[in-house]
Design a protein around this ligand. Sequence first.
Ligand SMILES: Cc1ncc(COP(=O)(O)O)c(C=O)c1O
Length: 434
Amino acid sequence: MTEHPYLIDAARRSGELLVPSLAEDWPELPAVRAEGVYLYTADGKRYLDFTSGIAVTNVGHGHPRVLAAARQQMEQFSHSAVGLTLHEPLLRLCEELPKVMPPGMEMFFFGNSGAEAVEGALKLARYVTGRPGIIAFEGSFHGRTYGAASVTSVKSKYRNHYEPFVPGVYFAPYAYPYRCPLGSDEASVLEWSLGGLQRIFERLIPPSEVAAILVEPVQGEGGYIVPPAGFLSGLRRICDEHGIMLILDEVQTGFGRTGEMFAAQVFDVRPDIMAIAKGIANGFPLGATVASRSLMKQWLAGSHGTTYGGNPVACAAALAVLEVIREENLLENCSRMGARLLEGLRRLQVKYPFIGEVRGLGLMVALELVVPGTDKQPDGATAMKVLEGCLQRSLLAYMAGLHGQVIRMMPPLNITQAQVDEALGILDESLGEL
Ligand SMILES: Cc1ncc(COP(=O)(O)O)c(C=O)c1O
């Protein structure tokens, strides 16, 4: 007899309870508890969670310090719209966050999600430049609200039936070494991606009409694609030349995921605006549009606002997340465990011909599966079988990429060597079964 009869039964009926627009999500585990890297389900199973709720619970599920901070704030008060009141967690967060942000990223508009952070970034860029154009990248994912969906191009099904989108958006090719038609070396990849951007300027919209270039420093839903070093610095150069705002969407790459607090620090690139969310409060809904004080000061009173943004409980949790990352040396652990995971996956790549590429940065790690003997034909069906095999063996990983051909892993940053090795063993068994 299960302890969770309602959940077991209701999960079976979830097709009738949840909107079908969500229905392709996988694997819909009936979760009852989570702690650290482990997720427990109603049927008594324990999973090694290498998804962190899609790169959110970066300090592990239910970190005691995060919970304590949130609990303490809840006992004071859990909501009052910013402006009606000011509260300590919010003001403290405004002072603590700049210490870990890339230089100059010092003022924050808090919202509740990644999409909202992106919306804010797009509105701010248009507002301060007075220009209409936005350039985003093929394979990008920035969220599901209208503005964010308008700059998203990871899959046409995310856009189908929603036209017309916010106008003025153009897509340039992302720097995707594995699938660059000109070759995988840096020069070819930059020629393809930055050259594509120049063609947009020549044929579609002059750079003087472009407000912003919006980019994920490592593409997330697109397939954990790590661009060559010169890509982001090339974008910075182009933005400087034409007075365009460089917006980094660090919703997925942020808060230690890449081994630095932000990928901007890995690539040593200076953004004008950032969108951050996910790992910021380890699961409490919080996100922010970030820019320099001088830029933010141009965004005049009443131009943008929110009811829930800067929620006191979420801000208190975010402050605890910053302390945990610093005091538990999680950036260092992320780099070490990320390197171990990559190394292990590279060993598997030698063994299994259908692993086309292994790539990653920090604990944002992926394998791309292809049909052997073809010209890198993406193999989403095999990726799904591998994911199912892992799930049966109690490892939860996730898919990405246009055809679902990428298996991505984003465990918490405090993962141990033994847990990395356990996951590699499970993956090896699941790949070997095919
Ligand atoms: C890079 C990136 N931007 C934006 C978003 C949207 O975030 P949210 O789902 O919190 O709206 C996501 C979500 O996966 C993301 O990965």
